[in-house]
Design a protein around this ligand. Structure first.
Ligand code: HEC
Ligand code: HEC
Ligand code: HEC
Ligand code: HEC
Ligand code: HEC
Ligand code: HEC
Length: 439
């Protein structure tokens, strides 16, 4: 029984180190969580109420000012250190008058900002302005690094317990169970030893794979099973060759159709304007993006989801700026731009002819019929299989819109006589002819 003692000390070392490891990993979680709370506490340097101030700031000042970045006006965080409060009251209530009066600081700020006038706020009382300045004096909450949406997600969701903590706790419980089992085992062995009971080493049994190989029946059944399963997968694989339904590649900029076409109800054709008039729907150029994004440099707090944080989205908008060469701080183009290489999702083989305007403008089919509920897609994907059967199926079922289309009046008369029906499907109009879709 000498071996038992040996085994004992080894296992003890193992479990002590395991326990140490767990404690360390848990304390590092705790450290991660701590600073977020600490920095959120406002510095109470001023009499104002930062919560009221935030509201006032958002409704009056946010159009031109950000806390940490230049917008139309300068960044306002920590502005209390630059000017005293009496100056601030005069400035906010009527900056133009202050500049006119020849106040040196006012003239300097005005000239530094290309003489863009700031709105006067005679309605804001001095205590309102105290509140706003209290808000601008809050310390910056360090945004978590926006490397991966998933990592940040846990932290932004501060009300719930994060997954990592739950996993850590589970691991701890498991480890404790293991340790307890080993301890119980040791105690039992000791008791047995004390009582003079000799524990027999385990009798050698045939390993399970040997027993398996010896049974011809089992081997036969499992070979058949294996063949069936692989045949199933090979068939499935062959049927989806060239069919890329649900293909959802990672794009160079995380562009959410849900946020643009869904939440903000931007019309598909605003960006894919070519769909109405040409064969291709086209991907919008970055200039189209900048029509809006000159003034939208970050998303609202409410846009963040558990999966994607605000910091993640803001970083994606920064990628857009990097690509068009837009300098946020000076609000001007740097002239250094590089194209964004969007990954193409829908792609028919070269021998097929498909025309968007024919379907969108002439037939009046909604984008969603072929592309699915795009306004709900966080990431764009291929909704339809784009097989020949899919095209033909719809041509058989869909009636051609004849009303108000002079082009069709004559053809309609002839063809409806030929088929003896009032309505004509795309198929009856020639939508099944090979040459219409194949060059
Ligand atoms: C229409 C845009 C606009 C709005 C709205 C606006 N500002 Fe300004 N603000 C400016 C501009 C531009 C400047 C730079 C000075 C100039 O050109 O007149 C400025 C400058 C300032 C300064 C001086 C900054 C410095 O660096 O010294 C303070 C303080 C300030 N604004 C506070 C506010 C507050 C508080 C509000 C909301 C109640 C507000 N502003 C609303 C445009 C605006
Ligand atoms: C704000 C501009 C914008 C709006 C609005 C918009 N899209 Fe897009 N769309 C894009 C950009 C950029 C891409 C390329 C990146 C991607 O695939 O996500 C794209 C990609 C697509 C693709 C995939 C293209 C491919 O590679 O095969 C489809 C399909 C599409 N959009 C359909 C729609 C539909 C339908 C709507 C309306 C519900 C819509 N889009 C609204 C900008 C827009
Ligand atoms: C018609 C206005 C408009 C156009 C055009 C537009 N955006 Fe946006 N974009 C918005 C709005 C609004 C938001 C959301 C702001 C919020 O939630 O606070 C947004 C958010 C974003 C975001 C962060 C959320 C996300 O989707 O990941 C990115 C990145 C973005 N836009 C990129 C683009 C790109 C690239 C283009 C050009 C293909 C573009 N936008 C065109 C209005 C527009
Ligand atoms: C009848 C079905 C159908 C309708 C309706 C339709 N599309 Fe498409 N769309 C397709 C097919 C098929 C492709 C692939 C074309 C190819 O690879 O040549 C495609 C490709 C695209 C692409 C990729 C780029 C390109 O031009 O090939 C975009 C973007 C797109 N569609 C947007 C739209 C928008 C926006 C609408 C609505 C205005 C729309 N589609 C309506 C079937 C449709
Ligand atoms: C959602 C239904 C739908 C789907 C899916 C669809 N089509 Fe169509 N297609 C129509 C309708 C309706 C017309 C008749 C338009 C018209 O001329 O008024 C049409 C017309 C056409 C025409 C012109 C036919 C003619 O007689 O001039 C071609 C070519 C065509 N489609 C190709 C395709 C291809 C290729 C696909 C698959 C990639 C496809 N369509 C998928 C509904 C559909
Ligand atoms: C409504 C449009 C349409 C019509 C009409 C049509 N095809 Fe196709 N065909 C397609 C599309 C789309 C594909 C590509 C399918 C894919 O990539 O999986 C295709 C693919 C094919 C292929 C390649 C095999 C394959 O599945 O990739 C052959 C061969 C073919 N078609 C023959 C024909 C013949 C013959 C006719 C006339 C009887 C015809 N097609 C009529 C749209 C059409």
């Amino acid at each position: 029984m000498k071996k038992v003692g040996n085994h004992n000390s080894n296992s003890r070392k193992l479990f002590v180190s395991l326990a140490l490891m767990l404690t360390f990993s848990l304390t590092s979680f705790a450290q991660d969580a701590a600073p977020a709370d600490a920095t959120e506490a406002p510095v109470a340097t001023l009499g104002g109420d930062p919560v009221k101030g935030k509201e006032l700031f958002n409704s009056n000042c946010a159009a031109c000012h950000k806390l940490d970045a230049k917008s139309t006006g300068p960044a306002l965080r920590g502005i209390a250190e630059k000017h005293d409060m009496p100056w601030m009251y005069k400035w906010v209530q009527n900056s133009a008058a202050l500049i006119k009066s020849g106040d040196k600081a006012a003239v300097k700020v005005f000239e530094e900002n290309n003489k863009v006038p700031m709105t006067a706020f005679p309605a804001l009382s001095e205590s309102n302005i105290d509140d706003i300045i209290a808000y601008t004096s809050e310390k910056k909450v360090e945004a978590p690094a926006a490397v991966a949406g998933a990592v940040v997600a846990g932290e932004s969701n501060q009300s719930g317990i994060s997954d990592t903590v739950i996993l850590g706790a589970l691991a701890l419980v498991m480890a404790m169970l293991v340790v307890m089992l080993v301890l119980v085992n040791n105690v039992l062995r000791k008791v047995a030893k004390a009582n003079g009971i000799v524990i027999e080493p385990k009798a050698k049994t045939t390993p399970i794979w040997k027993a398996f190989a010896q049974s011809q029946f089992l081997v036969l059944v499992s070979s058949i099973l294996l063949l069936l399963v692989s045949a199933y997968f090979v068939y499935g694989f062959l049927m989806q060759v060239g069919v890329d339904q649900n293909y959802e590649p990672i794009q160079p900029i995380h562009f959410s159709h849900k946020i643009h076409a869904g939440d903000n109800e931007i019309n598909c054709k605003y960006c894919h304007s070519a769909a109405r008039v040409s064969k291709n729907a086209g991907i919008p150029s970055l200039n189209v993006c900048m029509n809006c994004h000159k003034s939208i440099a970050e998303v609202a707090e409410t846009t963040a989801t558990p999966e994607y944080s605000k910091a993640f989205y803001d970083e994606e908008i920064n990628k857009l700026y990097a690509a068009v060469g837009w300098d946020k701080s000076s609000q001007s183009y740097t002239g250094k731009s590089q194209p964004v290489k969007w990954v193409r999702i829908h792609n028919l083989p070269d021998f097929v002819y498909f025309n968007h305007s024919q379907h969108v403008s002439v037939a009046g089919i909604e984008c969603q019929t072929c592309h699915g509920p795009v306004e709900t897609y966080e990431l764009q994907k291929q909704f339809a299989p784009l097989t020949m059967g899919w095209c033909i199926d719809c041509h058989r079922k869909t009636d051609v819109k004849m009303e108000g289309n002079e082009y069709y009046t004559k053809i309609h008369e002839e063809l409806s006589k030929k088929y003896g029906v009032e309505k004509l499907t795309a198929a009856q109009m020639g939508g099944l002819e090979c040459g219409k879709c194949h060059y």
